[in-house]
Design a protein around this ligand. Structure first.
Ligand code: FAD
Ligand code: DHB
Length: 389
């Protein structure tokens, strides 16, 4: 089999890149290790920057997002028993869209089918080959048969544990990493959100986040030690802990109910450099991870895709390598700024077991400064809505 671009991974990065390529008349094939239902069973990000919204509109997959997504003009920071609103719209002129990654992925998958895009699911041992030369190819196994797909380029959109970064591990790849000493325990529940916007809470017992998916579906998180297991947390224990970490008025207004999903995600900052190895590119979580505090993971995947698509389009339309030559540097410049913001939000909002009372006093001072300085709020808002690309 032959195609122009093989995309490894059918998550948001792979699907968005595939649609942009299809729309530009560039043939592509997506190959994923698991199936559609498995991918749609993963509950992940919930906040979309305007850049991501624009890309979904551009590829014609934004209809349901505009119908069902919730436009948020701000969010609250909660600390010392009170709340302070960061007015995104007033500070930056821009809002964010609350629309779950699961729904966005479903929309992109459906649109891919409608527009004739090809995806191979349940492919084992997906492996990129010969990307250092001019004739790369990808092999995979399915039902015991090995298949080979020849191509011009390979986009590694296969997430943090994928085959693409593993294939370049001994080719001069440099990695930068910070692992945080806690995770987020998250639940999804069909109860109305406690507040019409998100609340990020700093509390002596640890961080908490009140998020949502719709007017009838809530997503809540609490910081937990890495040693905690999800089975230890009954729904009641979760709700009790969440309420303890919120101001009284919020805790009292909270509607609780059975969880429909419950999981623990560890927090990590990670960047791989460079993001290009000959004709193989690392995109999205394959190249970098941010802790979720700034809601940047999914949105960074979108800017990588945009830069890579522009480069590939120039290759085919203008016979120019300038865009793909610049891909790694352009993407990394934005990635590091989002890494910085996600790290700083994480440091500001969580309890760090080793930082002691000094660390706590610094957090209190920074939160007090934030609530009194429009300049500080503007900086936070500018980063939260997403830096331009
Ligand atoms: P992924 O979504 O990981 O997609 C990669 C795809 O590649 C998957 O479909 C996978 O099956 C496939 N794949 C993997 N290995 C192979 C292989 N060897 N061969 C073929 N295919 C392969 N971000 C936020 O902003 N907020 C959050 O709350 C949040 N929560 C998260 C919770 C978890 C548990 C995780 C892992 C991430 C979370 N993120 C969150 C980050 C956000 O979800 C990611 O940044 C986003 O999914 C990146 O999209 P992607 O397409 O690059 O990677
Ligand atoms: C959600 C996740 C985040 O990491 C975040 O910062 C905001 C919202 C969510 O899952 O809804």
């Amino acid at each position: 089999m032959r195609t122009q671009v093989v995309i490894i991974g059918s998550g948001p990065s792979g699907l968005l890149l595939g649609q942009l390529l299809t729309d530009a008349g560039i043939d592509n094939l997506i190959i994923d290790r698991v199936d559609r239902d498995y991918i749609l069973g993963r509950i992940r990000a919930g906040v979309l920057e305007a850049g991501m919204v624009g890309l979904l509109d551009r590829v014609g997959a934004g209809k349901r997002m505009h119908e069902q997504g919730l436009v948020h003009d701000g969010f609250d920071l909660s600390f010392s028993g009170r709340r302070h609103r960061i007015h995104l719209k007033a500070l930056t002129g821009t809002s964010v869209m609350v629309y779950g990654q699961t729904e966005l992925t479903r929309d992109l998958m459906d649109h891919r089918v409608e527009t004739g895009g090809r995806t191979i699911y349940n492919a084992q041992n997906v492996t990129p080959h010969d990307f250092d030369g001019s004739n790369p190819y990808v092999t995979y196994e399915r039902d015991g048969v090995t298949h080979r797909v020849d191509c011009d380029y390979i986009a590694g959109c296969d997430g943090y544990h994928g085959a693409s970064r593993a294939a370049v591990a001994d080719k001069g790849l440099q990695t930068y990493e910070k692992v945080y000493p806690f995770g987020w325990l998250g639940i999804l529940s069909d109860v109305p959100p406690v507040h019409h916007e998100l609340i990020y809470a700093n509390h002596a017992r640890g961080f908490a986040l009140c998020s949502q998916r719709s007017p009838t579906r809530s997503r809540y998180y609490v910081q937990v030690p890495l040693s905690d297991k999800v089975e230890q947390w009954s729904d009641d224990a979760f709700w009790d802990e969440l309420r303890r970490r919120l101001p009284d008025d919020v805790a009292q207004a909270m509607v609780t109910g059975p969880s429909i999903e419950k999981s623990i995600a560890p927090l990590r900052s990670f960047v791989a450099e460079p993001l290009r190895f000959g004709r193989l590119f690392l995109v999205g979580d394959a190249g970098h991870i941010v802790p979720p505090t700034g809601a940047k993971g999914l949105n960074l995947a979108a800017s990588d895709v945009f830069y890579l698509f522009e480069g590939l389009r120039e290759c085919y339309a203008d016979k120019s390598d300038a865009g793909i030559d610049a891909y790694s540097a352009r993407a990394l410049a934005r990635i590091w700024k989002a890494e910085r913001f996600s790290w700083s939000m994480t440091m500001l909002m969580h309890r760090f077991p080793d930082e002691g009372e000094f660390g706590q006093k610094i957090q209190e001072a920074e939160l007090a400064y934030l609530s009194s300085s429009e300049a500080a709020q503007r900086s936070m808002a500018e980063n939260y809505i997403g830096l331009p690309y």
